[in-house]
Design a protein around this ligand. Structure first.
Ligand code: UDP
Length: 192
């Protein structure tokens, strides 16, 4: 079922009853997807940054995130749509099995600790790999090669806004069957 779309300052917000269910299906079926969790700060950044704006407009799923965007939706629509990015990705990771996951970003060791956290919560989770987000151009080429080789079905990218969104759009063709999500500070939260 394609999501219905509402627009905020030229940016789409997709309205779905169950975001986690939709994402789980995309991962299961290997349907290439870029997910943006859109909060008020990103709406403001996009107004100043045409590259970010274009990425958001082209993402297959733009999830309302944060109280600002949720409040705006309440004004425009009947329902309440609240899907904080970290909860959404947590719901997918908690039940995933058989399909490999990759964590890219965060300070050195943050990704490894986040992976450890998830291995404990979901013993069936398959971690394809973890790479920190402070890479040189040569290391970036290695990361790209690793992703290309492993084809993880779910790739979480924590490089901060807007870099993570733009990085995903630039590289998503190397894993055309993957679901790519810009997760901001989520790895730090799981790392504790
Ligand atoms: N980050 C990174 N490489 C960078 C910049 C940021 O890996 O060059 C990571 C940072 O360590 C953190 C995450 O990106 O885990 C989110 O960064 P930040 O909180 O600055 O961005 P925001 O989510 O607030 O946009």
């Amino acid at each position: 079922i394609p999501p219905s779309v509402l627009t905020i300052q030229g940016l789409p917000i997709h309205l779905l009853a169950d975001y986690a269910q939709w994402l789980r299906e995309r991962v299961e079926q290997g349907q290439g997807t870029q997910v943006v969790t859109l909060n008020a700060e990103m709406v403001m950044q996009a107004a100043q940054n045409p590259s970010l704006k274009a990425v958001i407009q082209q993402a297959e799923l733009v999830v309302p995130d944060g109280v600002g965007v949720t409040w705006y939706l309440k004004l425009r629509r009947r329902g309440t749509y609240h899907a904080p990015g970290i909860d959404l990705v947590s719901q997918v990771l908690a039940h995933l099995q058989g399909k490999a996951v990759f964590f890219l970003g965060g300070a050195p060791e943050v990704g490894e600790r986040a992976a450890q956290y998830w291995r404990q919560r979901n013993p069936n989770l398959v971690m394809a790999g973890v790479r920190h987000g402070y890479f040189s151009p040569a290391e970036e080429a290695e990361i790209v090669a690793q992703l290309q080789r492993q084809q993880p079905r779910l790739i979480l990218v924590a490089l901060g806004v807007p870099r993570q969104e733009i990085w995903i759009q630039k590289h998503r063709h190397i894993c055309p069957q993957s679901v790519w999500v810009g997760v901001g500070g989520s790895l730090d939260i799981w790392a504790g």
